[in-house]
Design a protein around this ligand. Sequence first.
Ligand SMILES: Nc1ncnc2c1ncn2[C@@H]1O[C@H](COP(=O)(O)OP(=O)(O)O)[C@@H](O)[C@H]1O
Ligand SMILES: [Mg+2]
Length: 381
Amino acid sequence: MSGTGHTVQSTEPLDTMVELLSGLDAAGDGGDGGRQAFYDRLCEAMCRLTSMERAGLLLYQEARRLVVPAGTHGFGSDLIHDVHGTLDETPIAQRALAENRVVEVSGDLAGQVPARYAQLPGITKITCTPVSAGGRWLGVIFADRGGEPFDLTDRERHTMWTLGKTAALAASARIAATQHERARLLAERVDLAREVHERVMQRLFGVSLVLGSEASLTAEQRQRCADEIQAAVADLRHALARPVAPPQLDTGATLREELQRLGASYDGPPLQIAWDDGVEVPRQVEQLSQSVLAEALRNAHKHAEPTRVDVRVTTQDGTFVLEVVNDGVESGRRGRGAGMGLRLAALDALQSGGVVDFGPTGGDGEWRVRLVVPLAAEDAR
Ligand SMILES: Nc1ncnc2c1ncn2[C@@H]1O[C@H](COP(=O)(O)OP(=O)(O)O)[C@@H](O)[C@H]1O
Ligand SMILES: [Mg+2]
C-alpha cells in the first residue's frame, strides 16, 4: 500500500463525518424526522464506505429503558422498526461498548443477541459498532452483508468505529440540549409553583381558618372570605397565564401508540393496559397524559418493586381519566417524599383544568397516580 494512497483513503470517513454533521446542522432542529434522516444517512454511509450492506443504529431511550432503532439502511422489511433490547441480553453490544471497538460474531448468535433475534433467518455473521462518547454508552450499530459471509479489514473497522463516534457526537449533543432545556423549564416551573403556593395558598389557608372556627361568622367576615377567595382565584389565573409550557416529551407518538409500544417492548414488570371502548385522548391532553404516564412508570421503578403495573384509560362523569397503579410498595416506604415529579405533573394538569392525585390505594402495597381532566363539550359526547 503506497503512503499517499493510504492517506487519501483514511480521510474518507473523516470527510463523511464532516458531511454528515454539517447536514445535521442544516436540518436545524428538524424534530424526530430530521434526526432519523441523519441516522439513516449515517447507516447508509456505513454501507457505502465498507462492505456492509445493511445497518441499523439503536439508541438507548430512557423512558422505555431499552435501546430502539434510530436509523437504518438496507433493511427491506418493517421488522427492524420493532427491534428492541437491553444491554443485559445483548453481550455482543456489551463487549463492543466495554472494549470500545467493532466486534464481529458469526455462526451461532444465541447468547450474543436477545434470544428472539438469534434465530432470525438470513443472519450468519454480524458486526456491532459502539456508539459511545466520554464514557457514556449511548447505543450500538449492527451491520452485516445481507447474510453473506465476510471478513472485515482494519480499514473497514476503523471507518465503522469513526461512524459510531459520529453518531455518539450527534446523540450526546442532543442529550445536552435537552437536559439544558429541561433544567430551564424546571426552574421556571418551580418558581411558578412557589408563587402559587405563596400567594394563593396563603389566602385560602386564611379563609379556611375563619371558616373552620366554631364561632358563627359576621356579615363582614363572610364578605371578607368571599373577597379573599376571589383574590385567590385571580392570583391563580394570573400565575397560570404565564407562558410556562410544560416540557414537551418528544416521543412523537400518541398515548395510545406509546402504550402499544410499551406493551410490546418494555423492560419492566408486565403492563396491564385497559383502554375503555370509544375513549379518545383529547388532543390538548396528549402530552400531559404521556408525561404523567412516564413519571408514574419512573416512580414505580424508583420507589417500589412492582410485579405488575396497571394502566387504565377511561372517561368518567365528563372527565378523561388516566390511572396508573403499581404494587410492590414496601409498607415502611409510604411517605409522600419531598420529590417534585408528581407536584409538577399536578401543576401541568392545573393548566389544562385537570388534577393529578396520587398516593397509596389502600390495596396491599399499591400506589396510584391518577390524571383527571374535564372533557370539553365536543369531547364528552
Ligand atoms: N410508585 C410509587 N410507589 C411508591 N411510592 C411512590 C411512588 N410514586 C411516588 N411515590 C412517593 O411519592 C413521592 C413523590 O414522588 P415524585 O413527586 O415523583 O418525586 P420523586 O420521584 O422525585 O421522589 C416519592 O418520593 C415517593 O415517596
Ligand atoms: Mg418521581
